[in-house]
Design a protein around this ligand. Structure first.
Ligand code: PEP
Ligand code: MN
Length: 339
């Protein structure tokens, strides 16, 4: 249920509603919009309709049921788009934010060279995996904490904030000491222990869609993070499993307008994991810009053929520069700009 307050409702009227919500055994979530505050009433359904109790409360405009199973992330609860801020970077605003970097941090030289180059081409955030979810236990598993230190060094030198994956709840605090954004990989989208922990991580989270997840399941996972206290969630489509084998995954581009109808959270596209093939990354990055994605996350490596993971889908530095020039034009058509 949502209790929409009048635009001139006072703080004490809002608090009065919240107190009554708590007294009924639910949790109030205040969402302050540009015009009014709404109080979302969340918690385990008790099968009782409290609508009439709230409608006569001072300062209340109206009371509505939330139709979707996801509540706090739904457009119904918050009609204005959420902007996730990292320093002076705003994800979900007029700038299309490009995050770029290697699949895995491999060495000091590799991450520094990539960071300098992607910054030069207009990337605003540096990506790089230090804890890697690999299909085979015999493949490179990442440099772990050493990789995080190298990312932090690249941030010091270039000023680019960093995004890196966290695979388990135990690592959240340690990784949050280094990272500006915590990435949840596709394989962990429904790791609910991890999602709950990220609710209290104090860092924005980029949540990747599970490779066999519906949009509803995707949004329920985002709901976990927000319900546990963290409103700064960025959704990332990275391709889903289908019968098709010509690409590594199938990029579900329709997700951008679908999510924009259902949720206020920003949406970014990962054309690298979606395709698995370098030559396909720029075309889909352009498509993502044209369809109104809020950002891109792209794998870039100085020497992709020597990469320890995902080399086939990694752009080299000149290819990334060329992609950025193309994306800039498509973003402009959508009224967006790219650095
Ligand atoms: C990655 O970003 O390198 C990664 C492992 O992505 P995904 O979780 O989408 O497979
Ligand atoms: Mn990768």
């Amino acid at each position: 249920m949502i209790v929409a307050m009048k635009s001139d409702a006072t703080e004490s009227e809002i608090e009065g509603v919240c107190e009554h919500v708590r007294a009924l055994g639910y949790r109030p979530h205040q969402i302050k919009g540009e015009e009014r505050t709404v109080v979302a009433v969340v918690g385990k359904a008790q099968g009782v309709d409290h609508t009439s109790e709230f409608i006569n409360y001072p300062g209340v405009e109206n009371v509505m049921a939330i139709q979707q199973p996801f509540k706090l992330v739904s457009r119904q609860v918050k009609s204005s788009k959420t902007i996730v801020r990292i320093g002076d970077i705003a994800i979900g605003g007029d700038e299309l934010i490009v995050m770029a970097g290697p699949c895995s941090v491999e060495s000091r030289e590799q991450i520094l060279e990539t960071a300098r180059a992607v910054k030069q081409s207009g990337a605003r955030i540096l990506r790089g995996g230090a804890f890697k979810p690999r299909t085979s236990p015999y493949d490179f598993q990442g440099l772990e904490q050493e990789g995080l230190k190298l990312l932090a060094e690249a941030r010091r030198e270039t000023g680019l904030p960093i995004i890196t994956e966290v695979m388990s709840a135990e690592d959240v605090e340690m990784i949050a000491e280094y990272a500006d954004i915590l990435q949840v990989g596709a394989r962990n989208m429904q790791n609910f222990t991890l999602l709950k922990k990220l609710g209290r991580a104090g860092r924005p989270v980029l949540l990747k869609r599970g490779m066999s997840s519906t949009i509803k399941e995707f949004l329920m996972s985002a709901e976990y993070i927000v319900a546990h206290g963290n409103p700064d969630v960025i959704l990332c489509e990275r391709g889903i499993r289908t019968f098709e084998t010509a690409t590594r995954n199938t990029l579900d581009l329709a997700v951008v307008p679908v999510l924009n109808e259902l949720t206020h959270l920003p949406v970014v596209i990962d054309p690298s994991h979606a395709t698995g093939k370098r030559s396909l990354v720029a075309p889909l990055a352009k498509a993502a810009a044209a369809i109104g994605a809020d950002g891109l996350i792209v794998e870039v490596h100085p020497t992709p053929d020597q990469a320890l993971s995902d080399g086939a889908q990694s752009l080299d530095l000149p290819m990334f520069e060329a992609m950025m020039q193309q994306v800039r034009r498509y973003a402009a058509i959508e009224g967006r700009y790219v650095a």
